[in-house]
Design a protein. Sequence first.
Length: 333
Amino acid sequence: MALSTRLTSSLRPALAALRWVAPRQCRGLSTPQGSEPSLDLGGIFPPLATPFSPTQEVDYAQLEGNLRRYASIPFRGLVVLGSNGEYPYLAARERVDVVSCVRRALPRDRLLLAGSGCESTQATIELTVSMAEAGADMALVVTPCYYRGAMTTAALVHHYTEVSDASPIPVVLYSVPANTGLDLPMEAVITLAQHPNIIGIKDSGGDITRMGLMVHKTRQEDFQVLAGSAGFLLASYAVGASGGVCALANVLGDPLCQLDHLCRKGQWQEARDLQHRLIEPNTAVTRRFGIPGLKKAMEWFGYYGGPCRAPLAPLSPAQVEELRSTFSANGWL
């Protein structure tokens, strides 16, 4: 019997129990009129940066300190071990321990998405089960990409189907072509949206036409689209996205939640003005300076950023000054 079949059989009762309806804090804009998603993803999710000590060990005390500060911000939930969490640089045991730490500190009404994507289907299943045991509400599964030339629509559909069949928690697809060099094909998204244990996608590609088409083509399914960056959050909401998983929320969580609120209220002029002020800082902590820039900016706003794990290098003094100027020019510092 295949590993995924064995796991599905033994974990199906837990899966059924975990398909709970989240508090109706805000209605996902991609939800078809009159329907209710089994798990509402509407709102902002910061993909947490993993704090390291000066010796590059995971610093759980600093992680807990950041979580206490985030507790006052009306996030829908948190993402752990996404791209901004430096997850490729963490050992499997560290990944599980980080999820356990966050779950202990996170109120139960806030959702916890945990990155569990690995290059092989078997390893992804095993880590997804471990994440569920550690307290994750959902698994965020990035596209396998090392053999990207072989990652056809059929191969990716098979991979995600096997993982989702075996997972005791709902699965969110994760397409991040800037890091993987691979866009999850539209045909695969439409097919996978029909799986009862796949509830959405985080799309970080920034193609608004693609995102709008995803919303349109999956409108009959229990499936939600999440914007993968603060730079195109308003545009994503305009085409029906439910929420956003935004690196900038590690730094400017309250403004991003305010942007989410304005869009849901239809206050588009105010939302547009706020979105404009977020574009350059977002670019600075993503494409321009990446995780070292994100962690440096966190320190200016009262959070612990700290070092990255090698081989990620710290910013130069000139880069730090450019980063600071970007935040200052947009009225954040």
